[in-house]
Design a protein around this ligand. Sequence first.
Ligand code: HSE
Length: 440
Amino acid sequence: MKPIQVGLLGIGTVGSGTFNVLQRNQEEIKRRAGRGIEITMVADLDVARAQDIVGPNVTVVNDARAVIANPEIDIVIELIGGYGIAKALVLEAIAAGKHVVTANKALLAVHGTEIFAAASAKGVMVAFEAAVAGGIPIIKALREGLTANSIQWIAGIINGTTNFILSEMRDKGLDFDVVLKEAQRLGYAEADPTFDIEGVDAAHKATLMSAIAFGIPVQFDKAYVEGITKLGAADIKYAEQLGYRIKLLGITKRTNKGIELRVHPSLVPAKRLIANVEGAMNAVMVQGDAVGTTLYYGKGAGSEPTASAVIADLVDITRLHTADPLHRVPHLAFQPDAMSDLAVLPMSDVVTSYYLRLRVADEAGVLAQVTGLLATAGVSIDAVLQREADEVGGEGATSTDLIILTHDTREGTMNGVLAQIQALPTVLAPITRIRKEELN
Ligand code: HSE
């Protein structure tokens, strides 16, 4: 059978990895897919560079629409990124009857509903394994491997840049700003790392996992997003002393009130496997009612790890593209007419436990004032740690760090009591609040 023909839009790091792995493993991939898979056309603004990568036998153009218009092309891989031209091209490819493979988590998390609806109407597939956790086949696991389960929650380290920064902060006892600069100098962090360090990239990925885990529409606008920029070395150190590590987690959870969808730094017990995921690696925990806890670990970015996911999608499409669309795995795992209307909860309704760090005046009655306010609000304390009185201000005044771990509390309740505690004259600096997840 004639090889399936693939057009590639954008040949950067992932695109060249995809081209190389497809070439290197072509025989093995053909044995699995049942026919050859060939990238026969590439669109990239830098035509000369692209031609250098793919050699003379592949047509290279600078106009992506020429790829979409080519009737020989069966599958379009979109590796341009962003929501702008990438969205227009994906919709045009669908309209032209092409199957689409994309690594574009931002596009799908924000415009997924429109894109999947267009694809369903046209009877084509939009596959996105590479969009979440790079080379880890987490989409496949959630959509297919765990399909027997009622998924209860997912918690993942799904951004390598921030995990690298947090690992360095812990190892070297350095603050965020210092490590970020070093990470940029070494090329581990982008020149503009905003999406990574502010949690946006992780929230895009969590949004996609939430949709396929619970059969809800993709709703990035409902996600709570908090990055790692305000974390200090002191919190990482105190967490360690209490038996925890701090990780940026993407969390989505089914509760009886609705769906939680949130990204923020979290204390995780140091003994959990996921707490020991270091450097730029990714890991995703999934809790299903039948299977229990499962954990998926691997490289969340990079040329060939991400290419591994892109090519898995190419193989899936090659196997299924002649199948009746109704017999394919639905884009979001659940049949489009069987989606749930469970609401994504506002953050104020999320229930979790907390790590609080208060810089307080080191004088009689302060602890009682703070715990009194917590008690009045119904917040139960799990542990208290007091550390390192040091000189602040004049007249011999001293301060100390008071660290409090709480039991589960509604976020709205915590917000209220933290405002009261912050207003105490003995609380000398903005309170640090980090959520805590036991993941058991
Ligand atoms: N920038 C991401 C990360 C990889 O640091 O994990 C692509 O989503």
